[in-house]
Design a protein around this ligand. Structure first.
Ligand code: AHR
Length: 335
């Protein structure tokens, strides 16, 4: 590919920014005007298209960084598409990567359903798809090679186990749910309920989505406080960012987070550890975002055709952290 063709290709990619996601150019000249070309770039590196959910909080930032760094370390060209919290954008980006003829695709799906058609397109072009972080619910499992991510159902269970232990099985809980339809939202909702099911003393008095965002977590918590006031004993947040937002709302209401109201959340990001050290968050269940190295190890095997014993689901192990010991571990946290 000539330098001029490459340059016009880059200009086209910049123009694509206005379509709300960033896509790199195929290294092979697209004579048919379909956007199709070979995956390998000019330098012979395999090309991977990465379709991310968006940039909703601290966890996502760490996740994107981890994928970028792992791609570079493993010698891949990474083409990044930011879905900006819209499935429609993610589907467009995925179709575009298929049209470009990339060597492989990594998809972090915003929501669980609605992927069948676009994944079929990738399958027809023999482009392997690895599902990362969140899960998909598709009719035909052969539409993707493997899923790598946390066991988010177990995270919900761990949060509930911790709460039972902490409260002796007696608490009035408000729940801040994640993005509707996203697999961690569904799993953390179900995992938590499956454990508290046999605890008549634990009651969920309100539950609403805060979309995994700090600002929305604060907003929903303000509404919960207005409606339920002193009745609220516990906040169960599906992620740390929403818990931090809730902490702000609790403080604004003149209460002491961590003491007047117990907070348990999920992720284990640095700001959660800082909140625990300050005594404002009681517990976080880890959901490790550093998934890039595992993803590229698997992608290497996939591209080499070495998938004989590759499991359909590869789950990352999570730990539970409490405010009492947060100061001993905060220094070793990597995100
Ligand atoms: O899919 C993982 C979840 O998505 C993380 O818990 C959350 O912080 C992010 O938005």
């Amino acid at each position: 590919m000539s330098l001029t063709t490459r340059r016009s290709c880059r200009l086209a990619a910049v123009a694509a920014l206005s379509l709300m996601f960033l896509i790199g150019c195929s290294s092979k000249t697209d004579t048919a005007g379909t956007g199709e070309g070979s995956g390998a770039d000019g330098a012979g590196k395999p090309v991977i298209g990465f379709v991310q959910t968006g940039s909703e909080g601290d966890w996502r930032k760490a996740h994107t960084e981890s994928v970028r760094e792992a791609a570079e370390a493993a010698g891949y060209e990474l083409r990044f598409a930011d879905g900006q919290a819209k499935q429609e954008n993610q589907i467009k980006a995925l179709s575009s990567f298929v049209a470009q003829g990339v060597d492989g695709i990594i998809l972090a799906p915003l929501v669980e359903t609605g992927w069948d058609n676009v994944l079929e397109k990738a399958k027809k072009r023999n482009i392997p798809v690895l599902i990362l972080d969140r899960q998909v619910d598709v009719k035909d499992d052969s539409l993707y090679v493997t899923y790598i991510g946390a066991d988010t159902y177990n995270e919900g269970r761990l949060a509930a186990d911790w709460l039972i232990e902490k409260t002796g099985g007696k608490a009035k809980v408000v729940e801040l749910q994640g993005t509707p339809g996203a697999s961690p939202t569904i799993n953390r909702f179900n995992g938590f309920r499956d454990v508290i099911g046999d605890q008549p003393g634990i009651e969920i008095i309100a539950s609403q989505s805060g979309d995994f965002r700090r600002s929305k977590g604060k907003e929903v918590m303000e509404a919960f406080l207005k409606k339920h006031g002193d009745e609220i004993e516990v906040v169960y947040a599906h992620n740390d960012d929403m818990a931090i937002g809730a902490i702000q709302a609790i403080e604004d209401a003149g209460k002491k987070p961590g003491d007047d109201i117990i907070l348990v959340s999920i992720d284990g990001v640095r700001s959660a550890f800082e909140a625990m050290v300050e005594g404002k968050l009681n517990c976080t269940v880890e959901c490790n975002p550093l998934q890039g190295p595992m993803a590229f190890e698997a992608m290497g095997k996939i591209l080499a055709g070495d998938i004989g014993d590759m499991p359909k689901k590869q789950m990352i192990k999570d730990e539970v952290y409490e405010r009492e010991t947060a100061k001993d571990v905060i220094g070793s946290r990597k995100y």
